[in-house]
Design a protein around this ligand. Structure first.
Ligand code: ASP
Length: 326
């Protein structure tokens, strides 16, 4: 029997991290174990797939840049274009895993499985979660049921869509959740899917992998935030304002955001509350097509979608359509 050929692309993170003691789950260095060591730590993987490993990097994911994200996207695209590769598993730090997954979900052109996986405990810890998560990720990557579902994130036996998943807690192995729930679960080497996402992704988006992304920044609203904080973002192409409640912007900031818009920046209203959909409020700046509402996207994903949108249009009404599409 021929096994599916899965490439494991390792980028670093806690899943490859090591500490000096098995009881230390936080004082460790991310990105030390090699991809071959990760694969060797789970002998049962060899029963699931014909595996090969590749070291993309050894980074703490907080050190990733947009340029590196695009390099990673180009490499994953090359791999999925290779007829000898049936699927790709990317090992990644959990801190920015949701951003990498979302970018890949929007720019890759493929029906093949692309699965991101991380761990909350370093490889040297008691009850390290990395080996189990890696086994689950490969389980998902080899399943025919995974084809065409876009980029997936697997942690703690759950399968999430890259469109929705977010890291919800700083410690603990159940650190990822999606506002509408996981797509499926992994149990004893089998994956069961219960739903799929409606919004277009991978082969069905209007985005390719751009040469570069425009500069973007997220401004987190708080009582007393002043216009000078917006003015300091001079030169930034995408300003995501993580506002109050339904994306409310303080009256103190409106002129500065409009000035940013007037110099050509894209202004996106998101919310700092963590879940929910933003409405385009009548008579607001986005109803007048000056700014754009982030729909239900969190600020860190909204800044990626905004940056990608600018690679295809500069018209805020078009960018609003993009936010309501993806
Ligand atoms: N700082 C680590 C990283 O994101 C955290 C983790 O992987 O859980 O690389």
């Amino acid at each position: 029997m021929t096994l599916p050929r899965i490439r494991i692309l390792a980028t670093g993170g806690t899943i490859a991290g090591s500490a000096s003691s098995a009881t230390d789950a936080t004082g460790y260095r991310a990105g030390t174990a090699s991809v071959d060591e990760l694969i060797a730590s789970v002998p049962a993987l060899r029963e699931l797939a014909d595996l090969s490993g590749e070291q993309f990097g050894q980074l703490d994911s907080s050190d990733l840049t947009d340029a590196l994200l695009l390099d990673l996207a180009r490499r994953v695209q090359q791999l999925v274009d290779d007829p000898w590769v049936d699927g790709v598993v990317v090992t990644h730090g959990t801190d920015t895993l949701e951003e990498t997954a979302y970018l890949l979900h929007l720019v890759l052109s493929t029906e093949k499985p692309v699965v991101l996986v991380g761990a909350m405990r370093p490889a040297t810890a008691l009850s390290a979660d990395g080996p189990r998560n890696l086994f689950a990720a490969v389980t998902v990557a080899v399943s025919p049921a995974t084809l065409g579902r876009g980029v997936l994130v697997v942690l703690d036996d759950e399968v999430h869509t890259a469109r929705d998943v977010t890291k919800t807690t700083s410690l603990g192995v159940h650190a990822f959740a999606s506002p509408y729930g996981p797509l499926g679960v992994v149990t004893d080497g089998r994956v069961a899917f219960y739903r799929s996402v409606d919004r277009p992704h991978t082969a069905r988006t209007e985005f390719g992998i751009p040469e570069a992304l425009p500069r973007s920044a997220v401004l987190f609203a708080h009582t007393g935030l002043d216009a000078a904080s917006v003015e300091a973002l001079d030169g930034v192409d995408v300003i995501v304002h993580a506002g109050f409640g339904n994306g409310t912007v303080s009256a103190r900031l409106v002129d500065a955001l409009d000035a940013a818009r007037a110099r050509g920046a894209l202004v996106v209203r998101a919310s700092r509350v963590g879940s929910g959909t933003l409405t385009v409020v009548g008579a607001s700046a986005d109803a007048a097509n000056r700014w754009v509402a982030a729909d239900d996207q969190n600020p860190q994903r909204a800044r990626l979608l905004g940056a990608l949108a600018l690679t295809v249009t500069r018209d805020p009404a078009e960018v609003q359509r993009i936010f309501h599409t993806y």
